[in-house]
Write a protein that binds this ligand. Structure first.
Ligand SMILES: [Zn+2]
Length: 473
């Protein structure tokens, strides 16, 4: 139970039954441990108590973990599609309706979804907003709340995407080049403007939609823009057979990953989501060589959808992050889904001729923290260590449904029974954004109410268009 009604600030001590610390390049569990936070940094971490009169937050029964780093989100779109696409409908129409929302409505939708993401322990998002306007909304909310993020507008954005992605022939792709170049320029301008906003927490990134919606000319422009911003590339990579076929057809038989390498896209960090249709004979070596990250999204396409190649990617030695994508904003739940789905898939894949590694909660935890931090070139996030940014979350691993009424001996195993509802406190740069499960950086009830008003508007439009009928079962 927390000992404070209000969160401590500026300079304080956190005591917990467990701290997931960092020693010699690895995550390590420290029992009955303490950390001292000073300003935006962790000043000390040690087993046992830290003496002194500083304000002290006692978290008996909690596990304190580094703030999670999510390698692939579309923040505003979560609740705009959740609960209405799982029966098999396309998310395309709700996303198109989002394009008609005002900036204020986009901010309200962003705030609701970002509140959920924060409440589940995720302090850093690598954010592919579905339009530049949504990226602007993300920055407004994230800056106000002190969230850390690498935002970029998806290129092409939702408004132009279908025409290029679901084209009848490649002429539509080549015809799209001037408009896509204009979008790249607009996103670069946004990147320059927003770079290091929020005390350096906001670092825009270039976010091409995928390899099959770009030409050599636009990919060159994307790589040049990303070189200028210096933060890398965030892309959907090898999402399916259609993408691989298009890239092979257009660019001399290369796989999407081979083509990206040829175009210089791996110069900086690269986060690629999904990777369902990698060529396992050629692509993993390239991704490993460049330290690219596979952003594995276990609830992509809506919870209960298909599984993705997490165990194969681990088996190939790739760097794998756990990511949210859309629909579920519960980071802890997605870690759990990655492990549970990954273990099932590893067993089913065992005799398919590819090396597989069975993931554990430790694998997912590394993928949520050290893996993305390293790829971003950040040795100051994704770890609880002296000198690191004070980005952390505490999870009640002793309570009903998750624990056993006492601090557990192997707390990461208890996370297999947890969801974001077990996350109690979340801080970024030492500032508590969630305290005792409540959003502290805004009026939580207003965020909830205003987010609801916007989705009701989207549902009403869908109803008018007959989108909900027939109802799939
Ligand atoms: Zn995505």
């Amino acid at each position: 139970m927390p000992t404070h009604k209000q969160p401590p600030q500026d300079h304080y001590i956190v005591e917990a039954s467990w701290i997931l610390g960092y020693q010699k390049g690895q995550l390590v569990l420290l029992p009955d441990a303490s950390m001292r936070v000073q300003g935006d940094r962790i000043a000390a971490v040690q087993p046992g108590k830290i003496e002194g009169d500083l304000p002290r937050l006692k978290l008996k029964g909690h596990l304190v973990v580094p703030g999670f780093i999510n390698g692939h989100t579309h923040v505003a779109s979560g609740t705009a599609t959740r609960g209405i696409i799982e029966g098999g409908r396309s998310y395309s129409r709700p996303l198109k309706i989002m394009e008609t929302l005002s900036d204020e409505e986009l901010d309200d939708l962003t705030a609701f979804n970002l509140a959920e993401i924060l409440k589940s322990g995720c302090t850093t998002q690598i954010e592919m907003s579905l339009s530049l306007r949504q990226a602007e909304a993300y920055v407004r909310v994230a800056e106000k709340w002190g969230v850390r993020g690498y935002p970029g507008g998806m290129i092409p954005g939702t408004g132009r995407l279908d025409k290029v992605w679901f084209r009848k022939d490649d002429k539509a792709l080549f015809d799209s080049v001037p408009d896509t170049l204009a979008e790249i320029a607009a996103n670069l301008e946004f990147g320059r403007r927003a770079m290091n906003a929020g005390n350096g927490r906001i670092r825009p990134m270039i976010a091409p939609h995928a390899t099959d919606t770009h030409t050599e000319e636009t990919m060159k422009a994307l790589v040049a823009a990303s070189r200028e911003l210096g933060t890398g590339i965030h892309i959907h990579l090898s999402q399916g057979a259609m993408e691989t076929a298009a890239v092979r057809r257009l660019w001399g038989g290369l796989s999407p990953t081979q083509w990206l390498e040829k175009m210089g896209a791996f110069e900086g960090p690269l986060f690629g989501a999904h990777m369902s249709a990698l060529d396992w004979s050629t692509d993993p070596q390239i991704l490993v060589r460049h330290g690219a990250v596979y952003a594995h999204c276990p609830s992509a396409g809506g919870a209960g959808g298909h599984t993705q190649p997490y165990p194969e990617a681990l088996g190939a030695g790739m760097q794998v992050n756990v990511a949210i994508d859309t629909h579920s904003n519960d980071y802890l739940e997605n870690m759990k889904l990655a492990v549970i789905g990954g273990r099932a898939r590893a067993r089913l894949m065992a005799d398919r001729g590819l090396p597989v590694k069975i993931p554990t909660m430790w694998t997912a935890m590394g993928g949520a923290t050290l893996v993305p931090a390293k790829a971003l070139g950040r040795d100051d996030i994704g770890r609880i260590a002296p000198g690191a940014k004070a980005d952390f979350a505490s999870i009640d691993v002793s309570g009903f449904l998750v624990g056993a009424g006492a601090p557990p001996p192997e707390p990461l195993n208890n996370l297999l029974y947890a969801t974001g509802a077990a996350v109690r406190h979340v801080a970024t740069d030492g500032r508590f954004q969630v305290f005792d499960g409540t959003l502290m950086v805004d009026d939580e009830k207003a965020v909830y109410r205003r987010g609801g008003v916007v989705v009701k508007k989207i549902w009403k439009q869908l109803q008018k268009e007959g989108w909900f009928t027939p109802t799939p079962h």
